[in-house]
Structures are given as structure tokens and as C-alpha cells.
Design a protein around this ligand. Structure first.
Ligand code: ZN
Length: 435
């Protein structure tokens, strides 16, 4: 397996290297680009690939025809490829039907899309549920087109096939699950969403080697139709999902944004707010809204799972979003490393957030006799650790989780958790049933 290190110094570089590898692939909501991407991820984690046939009904939707593309171009009157799919797969509107025709500029222009406000960037456009074709190009390229006849070719295929998604399951001590979801349907765009895909892969590879209280399920599937398909096929399993997180847009240099679950009051909402508060990074927390990525499906009323979403700058709020400006330079090694660390810390918080009972609840136990009191006198962490011990002993009455204790004491959960480890060692604490 390829994951060598997960220390903050190198993990950002490794994540960026995997993004570089996946960047050239032309992905869409179905097709060989998704399969190729998943097969590269299989070199990192042993994920299972599922194929769901075209025409399968999934709630109110139907799995669409599979789309594949070999080539596409616009040639000018002299036969020169002035727009070439092989220079950027963003040039073709995703799900374009095949076309091979000659036409004049005015007819062609009805099928061309550009961004006048960013004249060097190619926009990213899709046409999943509308059988049409189109090209995206920079506005400067568009302005340079002269009157005349053009040869237009999209060598694509829309046919019965399947929708492909990947799933990686890591069993834990409990059947209760944590779901991590990342959409995998965008072509050569880095932040949206290779950053989410690769960070989820690295989290899975790290978790594989950790002791786990919860079971973990990582799903890599296309946006919207992928999560709808997955939810429809796994409805009987949803009751096991205790916490979930949609990961996307984690490589830009903006601050973190945590989007709460539908109720806004789930453990995952508190865990993410707590982790971000103690991360030293800038962040904001936003309430749920029914617009965005796959949290829309997980948080639909009949599903209503405790699933939040972590991004840096949210979709549509940075100019490079859904354009060729979202490239390998746009995603930063430092941002990727920081995002990985925040996700890992959130998982560690989920893992350690249990309830304990003090074995000595009548007055304070004698800590000095057990080597816990002032054992590190002069040490700057000393006061913090002592306070953590006292808070844990006081609130471990079976009614307070470690997150409750962390929030009440104002201390990070990992300090509270290490106080718990010390108290367990000397027999002053025991885990509650089911912890
Ligand atoms: Zn997107």
C-alpha cells in the first residue's frame, strides 16, 4: 500500500501527488473515468467497486445511461484543432451527445460557453439530464473565432451501462458506523473534488491501522445520483450510522467551513465545532441548508442522518470554482495537510467521546498517593493536566461524555482523553456500559 507517512510534514505533499495523478482523468457521473479513478484508489485502500445498471430506479430517480468519450475538437477552415479535448477535458460539456458536423460560426456559438469575467479560464459545465452537446472555452479563445466554417466533433457514447461507485468498510468493535462520503464525478478539477476524494482515501488508510471503537464506511460516488443510489441500495443499513461527514473542497487557502446536519444538534456537529475551535485554524460554522453537495440527500427528511459537511471555502464562493482555475496550483500542500489533520482529529474525537464512571465519587480521591498529583511540578503542562484530571473525576458520573467535559472545562477533548487514560491506569475510572 502506498501511504507511507501521515505526519503533517509530509502528508500534504503525498496528498498533492495523488491529486496530480488523478487530475488528467475525464470523470463524470458514470463511465470509465470513475472506474479508472477508483482503480488508482485501490492501490491505497482495498475498496470494493459496485456497478449499478442503467435504468435502475433509485427513489425518485433513475440511473442514467453511461457516458464515455474518446475525443472532441473544433477545427477551423484550415483543419487546425482550435479547441481540443486532449488539451483539457473541461472543453467538452460533460454528457454531451455525439456530434460530427460542419457549421458556421453563428450556429456553433449557440453551443459554446465561456467566462467573460475570467477570460483565460475554461468553465466546467454539465448536461446530465438534457441530451445536447456543447464546448467550453476561454473567453479569449471565443473572441478569436472568425466567421467561417468549422468542423465540430464529439466522439462520445451514451449507452446502457452502469453507475460506478467505490466503498471501503473498516469494521470496529461496534456495529455503529461512521460514514465518510466524497463525490467523485468531476473531471480535471482539483479542489472540487479531488481534494475531498484523496483526503478521504488518506483518512481511510490511516484508520486501517488504528484501533477502532466504531466501524467506518467510506463511499466514493458521483454527486447527487451517487448518494441517492447508495442510500437506496443501503436503506436497511442506515440505522447503524451514528455520525457522517461529507468531505469536499479541502485544498484551497480559505478558512474551514463546517456545515451542520439538518438538526444542527448532533454529536457530529459538536465534535466538528470543538475540533475546529481547538485547531488553531480560522473557521466558521454554518447551519444546514438544502443546497450544496450530498448532505442534501443524507439530510433529506425521510433519511435524516446525522451527517455534516466539512469544506474550506464553500462551493460557488471562490472565483476558480468550476473553472480551469481550480488546478494543481490552486490546491496547496499546506491546506491539504491542515485539512487532513482536522479530519483525523475529528475522527479521534468521535472515537474517544465515551462516558466513564468514577470509582471513587465520594470526595476527591487521593491523587498524590497514586502518583498523579503534582507529579510534573514545574512542567508547563502540569496545571492543564491536573485540571483535566479533576474535571474528569468530577463529571464522570455516567451522564457526561468526554465531549461534555471538554466543553464545560474549555479544554480540548484530547487533553481530557489523556487524563482519562491516566485515571483508567490507576483504577480510578471505569468505562460505562457500551462505551
Ligand atoms: Zn462541483
Amino acid at each position: 500500500m502506498h501511504v507511507k507517512r501521515t505526519d503533517p510534514e509530509h502528508v500534504g505533499e503525498e496528498i498533492h501527488e495523488l491529486i496530480e495523478r488523478l487530475y488528467p482523468i475525464c470523470r463524470s457521473i458514470t463511465g470509465n473515468g470513475v472506474r479508472e479513478t477508483l482503480s488508482i484508489l485501490q492501490q491505497y485502500i482495498a475498496l470494493e467497486v459496485h456497478e449499478v445498471p442503467t435504468g435502475t430506479e433509485v427513489f425518485d430517480w433513475v440511473v442514467p445511461k453511461e457516458w464515455n468519450i474518446r475525443d472532441a475538437y473544433i477545427k477551423d477552415g484550415k483543419g487546425r484543432r482550435i479547441v481540443d479535448f486532449h488539451n483539457s477535458n473541461l472543453h467538452v460539456v460533460s454528457y454531451s451527445v455525439p456530434v460530427h458536423e460542419r457549421m458556421g460560426l453563428s450556429r456553433l456559438k449557440a453551443h459554446l460557453f465561456s467566462l467573460p469575467e475570467h477570460p483565460d479560464w475554461i468553465p466546467y459545465k454539465t448536461s446530465y439530464y438534457d441530451e445536447t452537446w456543447g464546448f467550453c472555452l476561454s473567453h479569449n479563445q471565443l473572441l478569436a473565432l472568425e466567421e467561417g466554417e468549422y468542423e465540430v466533433c464529439i466522439d462520445s457514447e451514451l449507452s446502457d451501462g452502469s453507475l460506478t461507485y467505490g466503498e471501503y468498510f473498516l469494521p470496529g468493535k461496534r456495529t455503529d458506523e461512521v460514514l465518510i462520503y466524497s463525490h467523485i464525478c468531476h473531471p480535471s478539477l482539483c479542489n472540487d473534488n479531488l481534494s475531498g476524494v484523496v483526503i478521504a482515501t488518506y483518512l481511510a488508510a490511516w484508520l486501517r491501522d488504528q484501533p477502532r471503537r466504531y466501524s467506518y464506511r467510506f463511499v466514493f460516488a458521483p454527486g447527487t445520483i451517487g448518494s441517492i443510489t447508495w442510500l437506496c441500495r443501503n436503506e436497511e443499513r442506515l440505522e447503524y450510522i451514528r455520525h457522517g461527514l461529507v468531505l469536499a473542497l479541502l485544498g484551497d487557502s480559505g478558512k474551514f467551513t463546517y456545515k451542520q446536519s439538518r438538526s444542527g444538534n448532533e454529536e457530529i456537529d459538536r465534535i466538528l465545532a470543538h475540533t475546529l475551535r481547538h485547531s488553531g485554524c480560522d473557521y466558521s460554522v454554518e447551519a444546514f441548508s438544502p443546497y450544496g453537495y450530498d448532505e442534501r440527500q443524507f439530510c433529506s427528511p425521510g433519511i435524516n442522518l446525522p451527517v455534516g459537511r466539512l469544506t474550506r471555502t464553500p462551493e460557488g464562493r471562490y472565483p476558480e470554482y468550476h473553472t480551469s482555475g481550480d488546478n494543481l496550483d490552486f490546491v496547496r500542500v499546506g491546506s491539504l495537510a491542515e485539512s487532513f489533520s482536522v479530519c483525523r482529529d475529528a475522527i479521534m474525537a468521535i472515537e474517544s467521546n465515551a462516558c466513564y464512571l468514577s470509582n471513587n465519587p465520594k470526595c476527591e480521591p487521593h491523587l498524590g498517593r497514586r502518583g498523579l498529583y503534582r507529579k510534573r511540578g514545574g512542567d508547563s503542562d502540569f496545571a492543564g493536566m491536573e485540571m483535566a484530571l479533576l474535571w474528569v473525576l468530577n463529571l464522570s458520573d455516567g451522564n457526561h461524555s468526554l465531549l461534555d467535559i471538554a466543553e464545560r472545562s474549555g479544554m480540548p477533548l484530547w487533553e481530557i482523553a489523556s487524563a482519562v487514560d491516566e485515571l483508567l491506569l490507576v483504577g480510578l475510572l471505569r468505562a460505562c456500559e457500551g462505551a
